[in-house]
Design a protein around this ligand. Structure first.
Ligand code: UDP
Ligand code: MG
Length: 202
């Protein structure tokens, strides 16, 4: 509770034009992160230059885990050329989920979404690469699988909006907020991928 108050004060100062809070303070206390909170400054690569690559949060939802689709979903992101920088399996709490879906809490489907998402484990990942946020939304497909194109994850593996297999962040701000919500700083690895200069000119 004390930590929550301290973090809320820090974030309030940040929003009202104060100095940016240290990243170490933002990590580690997911419950204190607010909806719409701006993420900390970009990480630096081993060369000391700012990271230009985007990161996004991908969640294999309970139906995807139950149907043993985790491997196929990971494979799609790997073969596209993106770099996996964080991965874990967990049973998500209602608290975390309500923050993750903070813009949806008033929707009529929210109670069943909450029930479904907390009903079984999920696999949550952070993927990094050139325009990974936009590209992964395209790879995941339309929210409603009935409208999702074949070739997308939802278009290939699902048929109903309430069981659409996977989550992908939908914007830069959303991705930064969600990554900080689900992962602590030391759970993300900054590693050099050997094929990086072959798959991308940056
Ligand atoms: N959802 C649902 N019923 C709806 C709309 C959405 O159960 O009518 C669920 C679905 O699991 C969806 C999630 O709520 O993936 C989040 O909705 P959003 O509009 O953010 O879609 P997404 O970003 O996942 O494509
Ligand atoms: Mg969404």
């Amino acid at each position: 509770m004390l930590q929550r108050c301290v973090l809320q004060r820090i974030l309030h100062r940040f929003h009202s034009g104060g100095p940016e809070p240290p990243r170490s303070l933002l990590y580690g206390r997911p419950a204190a992160l607010l909806c719409g909170h701006r993420a900390a400054s970009p990480r630096r690569s081993s060369t000391g230059l700012p990271h230009v690559n985007e990161q996004t949060l991908i969640v294999v939802k309970p139906d995807g885990v139950q149907r043993r689709l985790v491997g196929q979903i990971i494979q799609r992101f790997e073969q596209r050329g993106f770099k996996l920088v964080g991965l874990k399996m967990l049973r998500v709490s209602e608290d975390l989920l309500s923050q993750h879906y903070c813009q949806l809490t008033s929707k009529p489907f929210y109670p069943s979404l909450l029930y479904y998402m907390t009903s079984a484990p999920v696999v949550v990942m952070v993927w990094e690469g050139h325009k990974v946020i936009q590209t992964s939304r395209t790879m995941v497909g339309h929210t409603n699988p009935a409208e999702a194109q074949a070739g997308t994850v939802r278009g290939d593996f699902s048929m109903h909006v309430s069981r659409n297999v996977v989550h992908a962040s939908d914007s830069l701000e959303g991705a930064q907020r969600e990554i900080q919500l689900w992962f602590q700083g030391n759970e993300l690895l900054n590693w050099d991928c050997w094929d990086q200069t072959i798959t991308c000119e940056e």
